[in-house]
Design a protein around this ligand. Structure first.
Ligand code: BF8
Length: 622
């Protein structure tokens, strides 16, 4: 493929060309080396769950290799692999959520003075929602009880996770009838591993039901805890402005990029970078300041709450270093390509890891805990400032100028803008000014021209007067396309233009990082309750056009299991089983009232989602 075929963005193309000129290997080079991929793996029909294998199941019916050594057929193998894939994603989001409980616990017990409770009102509200006594008690006492309730959500209880109180009654009945009600996060993940051990769950539909239950534990517990506690500890987002693309890097400043997911580390890096002593140190070394930018989801976290600019999404992570202008990349965990260590080594860039769960050979490691976070952050920023002296000005190229973006649309902010109730939004939907709402979420994948689907789908939906919500790596895509500013309404149909124009908001609302898809779940629950219907009755849908990760698959599955039809730009590795493929793309509709649709053309995908929305509008009598 030509450089133009790899990304729709000029900043990406310029850096791919620079990488090529400098002999630096990137994700696109490695994809080419790996192509063609193993066909069995693509179909999901390989199994290495025991050492009687590894086995491959032939896709030719009636020939040899119809079953693995243990006797598992294609359906069983595909379902088991998909189940473990989902468990991996649910584990990532949920362990992130657990880390935030630990931070709050340290705050309560006085073990950390680096963190605090920035939104006490939300703490009290959430604690009350989850049954904690909040009358005449100190914030600390309430927080202590909340910590216990949330730890309980990870364990082995026999009933259900706490935030199920946010799920409409009809939906809960569906889950109850199917045995899909999530009990505890760790319980569902462990059970998924157990069921897929050799000799356990050998009935593909049964395995998939549990995969859905595991995903629901992610969406309605692990991720939701991550979102709500991040708001409590770091502040609930409200609308504000920032900027996006590689142009946010500054030629005359120390540039530090934070990358990963959990705001626990990046918030401390930001605080340290604002210390006068470190600013002085930067000036002594010839820089005019210290500039913090974000990559991937930790970028979404800092952008939503602190207005920190967004340097790029997943496929921009390697390219950001190629600018030659980055003193340090500071990472926590998830979606961090190990190749960034090698690319950093081609420049003066320090690649710094901070979590014992995500160490990278060749990186500089600082073990960050709630007890030492600020002190370690100060050391990291010092290291970055000192690296400025080694920057080679002749290799610096910062492409493009930053574009403005508006962010901060938490549910609290949306409800406030609507006057405290979802009624005005429902009324606009009833009148057909906003015909429906689609959450476009997820990643970049080098198999797609970067952001072509993410942006193409958003624009196609807006023209149909469908409001778009974004999280994760789609945020950067929408921002760079000019859709995250109020002026973006020019690209929308007349209804969205009128409603968003009157409110002074963009036609695409940024709701946060990938764990913050839980905000969208909660919003769907609120809308369904207000209309006294199930979530599957709403004119809403989801899409992960350029998805790649286990986490994105878990998000897709909890959306579908919650009753939200979900579009994917390409299928997971399940096509080797007709049973599993049929269940995902059709059968789930009968079970949970929603299914996956697979479509790689953005216009066609918009048509499919529009069809769903139209049917749901008709169902509501709109
Ligand atoms: O959790 S969107 S590439 S950064 S997986 Fe990763 Fe995908 Fe980006 Fe955030 Ni989500």
């Amino acid at each position: 493929r030509t450089v133009e075929e790899l990304s729709i963005w000029e900043d990406a193309r310029a850096m791919i060309r620079k990488a090529q000129a400098e002999g630096i290997e990137t994700v696109w080079d490695r994809l080419e080396q790996q192509t063609p991929h193993c066909r069995f793996c693509e179909l999901g029909t390989t199994c290495s769950n025991c050492t009687m294998g590894p086995c491959r199941i032939s896709s030719k019916k009636g020939g040899k290799m119809q079953r693995g050594v243990c006797g598992a057929d294609a359906d069983v193998v595909v379902a088991r692999n998909f189940g473990r894939f989902i468990a991996g994603g649910a584990a990532g989001h949920s362990d992130h959520g657990r880390d935030l409980i630990e931070v709050l616990e340290c705050v309560v017990e006085g073990d950390s003075s680096d963190y605090g409770i920035r939104d006490e009102a939300k703490l009290v509200r959430i604690a009350g929602e989850l049954g904690v006594d909040t009358d005449d008690r100190s914030v600390r006492e309430i927080a202590g009880d909340l910590v216990e309730v949330l730890y309980g959500d990870f364990g082995s209880r026999r009933r259900e996770v706490a935030f199920l109180s946010r799920v409409p009654e009809k939906r809960r009945e569906i889950w109850q009838a199917l045995g899909m009600t999530p009990r505890g996060v760790d319980r569902e993940i462990a059970e998924m591993m157990h069921r897929t051990h050799i000799g356990c769950d050998n009935d593909a539909p049964n395995t998939l039901i549990h995969a859905a239950r595991t995903a629901l534990a992610d969406g309605w517990a692990g991720s939701m805890i991550g979102t709500e506690l991040s708001d409590i500890i770091f502040g609930t987002p409200s609308p504000s402005y920032s900027t996006a693309n590689l142009g946010v890097l500054k030629k005359d400043q120390v540039n530090i990029l934070v990358h990963g997911h959990n705001p626990v580390v990046s918030e401390m890096i930001l605080a340290a970078a604002r210390m006068p002593e470190l600013l002085d140190r930067a000036r002594e070394r010839g820089a005019s300041g210290i500039n913090i930018g974000g990559l991937c989801c930790t970028s979404n976290e800092l952008l939503m709450r602190q207005g920190i600019p967004m340097a790029g999404n997943h496929l921009m992570t390697e390219l950001s270093i190629v600018t030659g202008a980055v003193e340090a990349v500071v990472v926590d965990y998830q979606c961090i390509m190990p190749s960034m260590v090698q690319i950093s080594g081609c420049y003066h860039t320090r690649f710094i890891t901070t979590s014992g769960k995500a160490r990278f050979t060749g990186a500089t490691h600082f073990d960050i805990h709630p007890e030492n976070a600020f002190e370690k952050a100060r050391e990291i920023v010092t290291l970055a400032v000192d690296a400025f002296a080694e920057r080679d000005a002749s290799r610096v190229e910062i492409p493009d100028t930053p574009v403005p973006i508006m962010t901060g649309f938490s549910n609290e902010a949306i409800l406030e803008a609507l006057g405290g109730t979802p009624e005005p939004l429902i009324e606009a939907m009833r009148q057909g000014k906003i015909r429906g709402v689609v959450g476009i979420v997820g990643c970049n994948n080098p198999k797609f021209k970067q952001d072509s689907m993410n942006v193409g789908l958003a624009k196609a939906l807006l023209k149909k007067d469908i409001l778009v919500l974004v999280t994760g790596c789609v945020t950067t895509a929408a921002g760079k396309a000019g859709l995250l500013v109020p002026e973006g309404i020019e690209m929308a149909g007349p209804g969205v233009r009128e409603v968003c124009g009157a409110l002074g908001i963009p036609p695409v609302l940024h709701m946060g990082s990938c764990v913050d898809n839980s905000r969208i779940l909660q919003l769907c629950g609120l809308l369904a309750d207000a209309l006294d219907v199930d979530i599957s009755d709403l004119p809403v849908a989801a899409s992960a056009p350029e998805w790649y990760s286990e986490k994105a698959a878990a998000i897709g599955l909890y959306a579908v299991a919650s009753g939200i039809e979900t579009h994917l730009g390409h299928p997971p590795n399940i096509l080797g089983s007709e049973t599993v493929t049929h269940l995902a793309t059709e059968g789930l509709e009968d079970l949970v009232g929603a299914r996956f649709v697979i479509e790689k053309n953005p216009e066609e995908a918009a048509e499919l989602l529009d069809k769903r929305i139209t049917a749901k509008r008709t169902g509501l009598g709109w």
